[in-house]
Design a protein around this ligand. Structure first.
Ligand SMILES: [Zn+2]
Length: 111
């Protein structure tokens, strides 16, 4: 578990495409209730009352927990305001959805 200066029980690293369809506005594609914002790790899921809450860090986005996810029902909760979350998700998108940025060569170009 990464040391991010908070007492987080569980966390996992994901890339953007693991959690959201990257077409359009990203926050809108997350299955979140944007009026629920939990700055600190929630004790229970607002949806199913489970206490199995995992912090989700999106690689290339925010350096630390960006979202919370319920391990039981999969419901996601925001840690930051909707617009802030969108900004961080867009950073992650820029990093991971443009293969030409990595010098990627399609297999068909190999001889
Ligand atoms: Zn839940």
């Amino acid at each position: 578990m990464a040391n991010i200066g908070l007492s987080i029980k569980n966390c996992r690293l994901v890339i953007l495409e693991d959690i959201v369809n990257t077409k359009g506005k990203l926050v809108d594609n997350l299955e979140v209730e944007t009026e629920f914002i939990c700055k600190e790790q929630p004790d229970t899921c607002y949806h199913c009352d489970s206490s199995l809450i995992t912090g989700v860090e999106v690689i290339g986005g925010y350096d630390g927990i960006l979202l919370w996810e319920c391990d039981d029902c999969g419901e996601m909760m925001l840690r930051f305001a909707e617009e802030t979350t969108e900004k961080y998700l867009q950073l992650a998108k820029g990093l991971w959805t443009n293969p030409s940025d990595w010098g990627y060569v399609p297999r068909s170009k190999f001889n």
